[in-house]
Design a protein around this ligand. Structure first.
Ligand code: BV8
Length: 261
């Protein structure tokens, strides 16, 4: 793995255009259940039964019970080393873009700026009736909601979570920014099963456009065999190792006579 990490780091310069796509695996070390892992969120519920507009129409209370439970869980969690390293890269590299499929907000809590939230945020809500008095969507961190399903303060109808459900399109501006970010030198896909589209198509388009593509995951995914590097291991450990090699290299550049440890 070290040789791979050294070869990867040799491709990273201050001006390198780096784009990262993350999935639930990046939040796993924070104790946030993934979707398809052994304790996965979907294990208890079927995606069709909860994360779709039809499910919400049919049973808004059940859907909100699931999201309110996830929000209550999230407030007890903290960003882990994977989030922290990615936030540091966002500071260090001017051409760094982070796209996440996660709706948990942990990247922002770790300090990442301008995160492209491909599937929205569990901390945003919008009026289910799109009532004219309500803003498009707004931030609401109420935990727990005193009333389930919560009501729109502007029309007393229902509000819905500000996430993208199955069968819903990606916000056009989010999609535009994400596609623009595929013109990069190095594309990382980290902690995602690469099963949900169109998010799973991003890494392939980045490769087609000439990016060096790297996957970090604890297991193989449908994308693994198509990428330049598949680094197998927990994101919080692999990213820490990559960061350490980067920092060692920077120290050497600044003090060429530093003996390597
Ligand atoms: C759309 C927000 C059209 C909500 C989510 C057949 C073929 C292809 C596509 C389809 C199809 N049938 C239907 C579709 C479309 C569908 C889809 O892709 N379905 C899949 C299941 C086949 N997609 C859609 O519906 C999308 N919309 O197509 O719309 C359209 C277009 C225009 C106009 C109208 C309509 C919208 C999909 C968005 C769904 N919303 N989330 C919420 O969170 O409640 S999806 C949700 O699951 C996540 O956001 C994420 O995107 C997705 C996948 O989850 P992952 O993040 O990858 O997590 P997972 O648990 O799966 O994997 C974790 C990984 O981490 C694993 O690989 C594991 O090994 C690894 N890991 C674990 N620990 C670690 C680790 N890795 C590193 N370190 C660790 N420590």
């Amino acid at each position: 793995m070290n040789t791979y990490i050294e070869r990867l780091v040799s491709k990273i310069r201050p001006e390198t255009r780096i784009t990262v796509l993350t999935g639930a695996g990046v939040s796993a070390a924070s104790g946030v259940p993934t979707f398809r892992g052994p304790d996965g969120l979907w294990r208890k519920y079927r995606p069709e039964s909860l994360a779709t507009p039809e499910a919400f129409q049919r049973d808004p209370k059940l859907v909100w019970e699931w999201y309110d439970w996830r929000r209550q869980t999230l407030v007890t969690k903290r960003p882990n080393r994977a989030h922290e390293v990615l936030a540091a890269w966002g500071e260090r590299y001017p051409n760094f873009i982070l796209i996440t499929q996660n709706v948990d907000g942990l990247h922002e809590r770790a300090g990442s700026q301008n995160v492209i939230r491909f599937h929205g945020s569990i901390w945003e809500v919008l009026c289910w009736n799109n009532c004219p008095l309500s803003p498009g969507r707004w931030w609401d961190e109420t935990v727990p909601f005193p009333e389930i399903p919560p009501k729109c303060p502007h029309c007393n109808g229902l509000i819905r979570p500000g996430v993208v459900w199955f069968g819903e399109g990606i916000d056009p501006e989010v999609m535009r920014l994400s596609i623009e970010a595929l013109d990069c030198d190095v594309f990382f896909t980290i902690g995602t099963s690469s099963l949900v589209y169109p998010a799973a198509s991003l890494v392939h388009e980045a490769k087609r456009r000439g990016a060096f593509t790297v996957e970090i995951n604890i297991e193989a995914t449908p994308a693994s065999g198509l990428l330049d590097f598949a680094l197998q291991g927990p994101a919080e450990e692999v990213l820490e190792r990559v960061e350490r090699v980067i920092l060692m290299g920077r120290r050497k550049d600044q003090n060429p006579h530093t003996p390597s440890p």
